[in-house]
Design a protein around this ligand. Structure first.
Ligand code: GLC
Ligand code: CA
Length: 557
């Protein structure tokens, strides 16, 4: 298998708004990030993926950009950015920028011009259509509720917005749009950034003729735009004109990606992107019609799914390994057990299971502390437009009662991931001296950085160890993967193989004891475990126990 630095790297995602506030306005900022780089260095990560920091009216917290080459006022300015970048580089940490180019903000000058008249030179930068019988051009729904089209009185036409009405979709068919995007990317690369995480990049090529889509929930499924007819052409062009000219890392956020499509996006010839984020494993706890539910992620389907991706991309493409990001509720509450008794154990179990697989691991801020979902007392506690809109729409439509909907939204809301980073036990957890833009998770007295840095057995130190192991043992990065016990409902076990070495990973995803046969591994070395004790004792797996064992056959003989 071809080696590459980005295959061996560990990425840490920062959601700047919630990471660290340096000036007391309640909003995290770039100087806050710079002040915490030593913390990240201690954790051992190599790359930061920075959620958007560009100028934005913040309808979707920066995923609605009004200037790709200016910094969001609340986050600081370009000097602060340059300082953060050089301080990161000094510590050997790379910075990957979020690239949001499926859409801009409706306040971006391109859109302001585009909407001004039908013959404006920028009209065709966006997707404008005539209505059909006084209604939207087709039945597509927006990811943030309501139709994906907004009527604009000025020119009596509709524009497409797969996300909020303030996030009009760019028209990638227009080569001027592509040129603007590629030139902007080139300028960022020349500035010295180390890569791009490409927001919903699978959606940039819309299906020909804009046909109605199959209705899921209330509207036609906007995923009809996923992996569209020209998406691979556009990415190849981007690769030729920009990516191939720099030593950078690229990861595509690819809603609706299938295994076959992923093999194209992340092909090992390197003609498009380095890797993609797939969503199948994150959809396993969805409700029947929507993502909203109070379900737990079921283990057998999870094993089946992750195994499919491990085997499917081996040698031909490259996986991203993630359970958490700013769009996903906290994994300990979804897959582990967030009670006091099992929170740390299950966080370590989940981490072991993910970090010993093949792919590039992503750690989302607070995941390394085993952070949990937060507590919402009323609808007014939500800040995320997705949650607020869905709550209103699904109750108004009569599909759910308030009583039904509240626990679902509380469990799956993206705000669960966005509560400010708990640094210590002082007021507002050391995140801000002001009023935080989103309430802290009330458990910050129990879960915070200061406490975990002090405790040798903390989740933080466990992540630190996992990260270190990946750098010491090639088998963790490059080894082949094989699933054991596919039907076992409690144990997630697999073997990695490289040359003469075997790595056995056994995780008990339940709060009861389980049996496991370790024969053949009696002489193996314990690389990591969340319990003490030797292997023979481990034949009985304790609740949420996890262990990784290395067997070197060459050594034994
Ligand atoms: C991606 C982002 C998400 C954002 C959406 C629209 O899914 O991760 O946070 O709301 O795209 O840009
Ligand atoms: Ca601030």
């Amino acid at each position: 298998m071809k080696k590459a630095w980005w295959k061996e790297a560990i990425v840490y995602q920062i959601y700047p708004r919630s990471f660290c506030d340096s000036n007391g306005d309640g909003i995290g900022d770039l100087n806050g990030i710079t002040s915490k780089l030593d913390y990240l260095k201690e954790l051992g990560i190599d790359v930061i993926w920075l959620s958007p920091v560009y100028k934005s009216p913040n309808d979707d917290n920066g995923y609605d950009i009004s200037d790709y080459e200016a910094i969001m006022t609340e986050f600081g300015n370009m000097d602060d950015f340059d300082k953060m970048l050089s301080e990161a580089h000094k510590r050997g940490i790379k910075i990957v920028m979020d690239l949001v180019v499926n859409h801009t903000s409706d306040e971006h000058p391109w859109f302001v011009e585009s909407r001004s008249s039908k013959d404006n030179p920028k009209r065709d930068y966006y997707i404008w259509k005539e209505g059909k019988n006084g209604k939207e051009p087709n039945n597509w729904g927006s990811a943030f509720s309501g139709p994906a089209w907004k009527y604009d009185e000025k020119t009596d036409m509709y524009y497409l917005h797969l996300f909020s009405t303030k996030q009009p979709d760019l028209n990638w068919e227009n080569q001027k749009v592509r040129k603007e995007v590629f030139d902007m990317m080139t300028r960022w690369c020349k500035k010295g950034i180390d890569g791009f995480r490409m927001d919903v990049i699978s959606l940039i090529s819309k299906p020909e003729g804009f046909p109605d889509a199959k209705v899921v929930g209330l509207y036609g499924d906007m995923n009809i735009c996923a992996n569209g007819p020209k998406v691979h052409d556009y990415l190849k062009e981007m690769n030729q004109k920009v990516l191939s000219k720099f030593d950078i890392m690229t990861v595509g956020e690819t809603a609706g990606v299938t295994l076959d499509e992923a093999k194209r996006y992340a092909n090992s010839e390197g003609s498009e992107l380095n890797m993609v984020f797939q969503f199948e494993h994150m959809n396993l706890d969805s409700g029947e019609k929507f993502k909203w539910s109070t379900k737990h992620i079921p283990l057998v389907p999870l094993k089946e799914n992750l195994t499919k991706w491990q085997l499917g991309l081996d040698d031909v493409a490259w996986n991203s390994l993630y359970f958490c990001n700013h769009d996903q509720p906290r994994i300990v509450s979804r897959l582990g057990d967030d009670s006091d008794e099992f929170r740390e154990l299950s966080a370590k179990c989940i981490a072991t299971c993910l970090h010993m697989m093949q792919g590039t691991p992503y750690v989302y801020q607070g995941e390394e502390l085993g952070m949990t979902n937060t507590v919402f007392n009323s609808v007014d506690d939500f800040r995320d437009l997705e949650s607020v809109n869905a709550y209103r729409e699904l109750i108004e439509s009569g599909l759910y009662t308030k009583e039904d909907m509240f626990p679902k939204i509380a469990h799956k809301s993206r705000d669960n991931a966005r509560t400010p980073m708990p640094w210590d036990t002082s007021e507002n957890a050391g995140f801000t001296t002001g009023i935080p833009w989103l309430a802290l998770n009330p458990n910050y007295n129990k879960i915070n950085v200061a406490d975990q840095l002090k405790r040798e057995d903390s989740v933080f130190h466990y992540y630190q160890k996992l990260i270190k192991l990946r750098k010491e043992y090639e088998i963790i990065v490059y080894g082949k993967y094989e699933l054991l016990l596919p039907d076992d409902e409690h144990i997630f076990a697999y073997v990695r193989t490289l040359g003469n070495q075997k790595l056995l990973v056994v995780c008990n995803f339940s709060k009861t004891e389980q049996k496991f046969d370790f024969s053949g591994y009696e002489n193996a070395k314990v690389l990591i475990s969340n319990y003490d004790g030797n292997i023979s004792e481990k034949a009985t797996l304790k609740p949420y126990s996890a262990i990784a064992l290395l067997l070197d056959n060459a050594q034994k003989m």
